[in-house]
Design a protein around this ligand. Structure first.
Ligand SMILES: *Cc1c(COP(=O)(O)O)cnc(C)c1O
Length: 382
């Protein structure tokens, strides 16, 4: 095999179970499957989610992503997390997606299209409590809920907000998240005081599932956590605060994606000879070089050149020289038990994962798994 991304659905299901155990039976899980489930394959992830948790719903960023799920027979609610363009509206209505609504204008436009299609469509009211992106202001939430209530073709089935720093243990960030949660509660209360049912109330992304039980409400929306990464920022909080946060048992998750390839060629090079573009690495002594058929076009960041190591036969070997578009090299040493065609694991075990790769390349695990390209077939393990 040239390169493949093993998707461990068994681990994914275990991760769902871990989240379920943490949040309790009475809360729902919305599985974010946007960007092809962070590169894991939206259809397979959605099906696996429903196998383990019937009440799951899903989150996408584009109407086309919702359509792809419907075509595969997914009937669960699909939330459209991003503000759609007008040219996506017909598809939203046809495929019965649940868009987030941030403003009265867009609510009215949706209502007109739904009227034309003779349909009623579910919507979730989105409130900006401090993310500073989509959503109405806290003060406008009650008025927007009334407006939606008056539109005959819209059904308010949920109310949501999104948290900006819920994954941080920094004290100021913890305070900021608490403020977002209290603003959200206030807005939901005002909607209820108007006699309007806010529907499913939800706010928690992965960070909040780990650190902020007060944000769990009726449903949580953890993405990266279900794909096996905690992605919580460095510890900076004083000890007493940390103790409070760990009232809940440690939550364990395992990386779902494993990127594999193989050593397609082994060759001797002599002391003083260089490897790959730019001649950034030169052998200090005679050695064996293994060529592995994965490159930045497959999603291995070029910035990992000279910094990463890969697992071959249970041992780590350093990446040497520049990672090129389709291949890279490792230093196997002077003598090696590694044989041609041996399997090489690029990332995907708990201590050799996309988070570690992200750290050395200045990004986040989200970007690593999303960037594993179409050229790499996904192979599903059940
Ligand atoms: C992507 C997304 C999530 C999931 O975020 P994670 O950090 O992966 O948990 C939750 N809610 C919304 C609105 C999103 O767009």
């Amino acid at each position: 095999m040239r390169a493949e991304a093993i998707i461990h659905l068994d681990r994914f299901k275990e991760n769902i179970n871990s989240v379920k155990t943490r949040i309790g039976k009475n809360r729902q899980i919305c599985v974010p499957v946007k960007a092809d489930a962070y590169g894991h394959g939206a259809v397979q992830i959605a099906k696996a989610s429903l196998e383990i948790e019937e009440s799951c719903c899903f989150g996408v960023a584009a109407a086309s992503e919702g359509l792809a799920l419907r075509k595969e027979g997914i009937k669960a609610p699909i939330l459209l997390f991003s503000q759609p363009n007008p040219d996506e509206i017909e598809e939203i209505i046809k495929t019965e997606l649940t868009p987030f609504v941030s403003d009265a204008d867009f609510a009215s436009i949706l209502n007109e299209y739904a009227e034309k299609a003779k349909k009623e469509i579910p919507v979730h009211l989105k409130i900006d409590t401090g993310m500073g992106r989509i959503g109405c202001n806290v003060k406008e939430a009650q008025e927007l809920a009334r407006h939606i209530g008056k539109l005959p073709h819209l059904n308010l089935t949920g109310t949501a907000t999104h948290l900006a720093v819920s994954d941080s243990k920094n004290r100021r960030d913890i305070e900021y998240t608490k403020k977002q949660i209290s603003r959200f509660k206030k807005a939901v209360k005002m909607i209820r005081e108007d006699g309007i049912n806010p529907g499913v109330v939800h706010a928690a992304n992965s960070g909040a599932v780990i650190l902020h039980p007060a944000a769990w409400f009726d449903m949580v929306r953890p993405g990266i956590l279900l794909y096996g990464y905690k992605a919580v920022q460095e510890y900076e909080a004083p000890l007493d605060q940390l103790k409070k946060l760990s009232r809940f048992k440690a939550l364990t998750v395992e990386p779902v994606m494993e990127l594999r390839s193989s050593v397609v060629l082994i060759k001797k090079i002599k002391k003083g000879e260089s490897v790959s573009y730019g001649r950034t690495w030169t052998a200090e002594k005679d050695t064996l070089i293994g060529v592995i058929s994965v490159g930045y076009a497959d999603g291995l960041p070029r910035l990992a050149s000279g910094k990463w190591q890969v697992l071959i036969g249970g041992k780590f070997f350093p990446v040497v020289g520049r990672i090129s578009m389709d291949q890279f090299c490792v230093n196997l040493g002077k003598t090696s038990e590694i044989k041609r065609w041996d399997e090489a694991v690029i990332f995907g075990s708990p201590d050799h994962d996309a988070d570690a790769l992200a750290k050395i390349t200045g990004t986040i695990p989200y970007e690593i798994t999303c960037n594993v390209s179409k050229r790499v077939p996904r192979v599903y393990r059940h």
